[in-house]
Design a protein. Structure first.
Length: 284
């Protein structure tokens, strides 16, 4: 009897031990929900889906299981690819016209600095040559008079701005002359950037074409940034509208395409129906 009671006590203790351990050291609980379930939770849709679409176009629609979200994603990919391509083309054309300027128009004047402001290259496209910075001897600054050159035109503009009679030079020590000289000094092309296209008419024409192509490509690339912004905003608005309409039984369905310009139509979903059908469409 005594041995049977002891055996029964040991068996009961062995059975109770796992239960006691389970109560003392609970096992880690499984995650309440996955990240996707958190994002797709309808209770958070009012703010989460529009915010997601604002960051990544189409994501808010996909969280709501709307297939049109793929359209926004496709539009985003297309515009980004277009922007990268245009920016690359613009950079390639810019490198080409800078090479022409450095190796052809400026080569005879031993240039040291390769690049400078874009306005300088625009002036190279308009004028055959820059002309000398000064035609005086020594350190005295004497602007050139040849108005066919860039520097000659700058000196003409300075005279027209500060002299009563542009064709008549006042005393070099007068205030008007000193102001005109300072005006010229700030805007004229210095010795280190002097150029000349003489004997290189074909190269200058190619220079004009490449600088125009670069400028247009950069401008079109900036336009793509505007389309990107519009796609983000349109996707966010669509997600917000879809959530608002989806939460009311009297409304119908929402479908959308991504892009510009935006066209909106509201028509009955079916004859005699109280619901509405809202369609957002767009074309590039």
């Amino acid at each position: 009897m005594r041995h049977s009671a002891a055996a029964a006590g040991v068996a009961a203790a062995a059975t109770a031990a796992p239960a006691l351990r389970a109560q003392s050291f609970p096992a880690p609980a499984a995650p309440a929900s996955s990240v996707w379930q958190f994002l797709a939770d309808s209770s958070r849709a009012a703010w989460l889906r529009p915010a997601a679409s604002l960051v990544i176009p189409g994501s808010g629609q996909l969280l709501g299981r709307a297939e049109r979200g793929a359209l926004y994603l496709a539009a985003e990919a297309f515009v980004v690819t277009r922007y990268v391509s245009l920016h690359r083309d613009a950079g390639r054309a810019a490198a080409q016209y800078r090479d022409l300027a450095f190796k052809v128009a400026r080569a005879a004047f031993a240039p040291q600095v390769r690049d400078t402001a874009f306005e300088y290259f625009e002036a190279m496209a308009k004028y055959l040559e820059s002309g000398p910075f000064s035609v005086g001897s020594g350190s005295e600054l004497v602007p050139p008079q040849d108005e066919r050159t860039f520097n000659g035109r700058i000196w003409l503009l300075a005279r027209q701005t500060f002299f009563k009679h542009p064709d008549s030079l006042p005393d070099p020590n007068s205030l008007a002359y000193q102001r005109a000289l300072e005006f010229y000094r700030r805007r004229a092309v210095g010795p280190g950037f002097r150029w000349s296209w003489r004997g290189a008419a074909i190269e200058q024409d190619l220079f004009r074409q490449t600088i125009r192509a670069s400028d247009e490509a950069f401008r079109h690339a900036r336009d793509q940034l505007g389309l990107l912004l519009a796609n983000h905003l349109l996707s966010a608005i669509d997600a917000w509208v879809a959530n608002r309409l989806g939460g009311r039984s009297r409304f119908g369905r929402v479908s959308a395409g991504a892009g510009l310009p935006l066209a909106r139509c509201v028509v009955p979903e079916s004859p005699g129906a109280r619901g509405l059908w809202l369609r957002l469409t767009a074309t590039f």
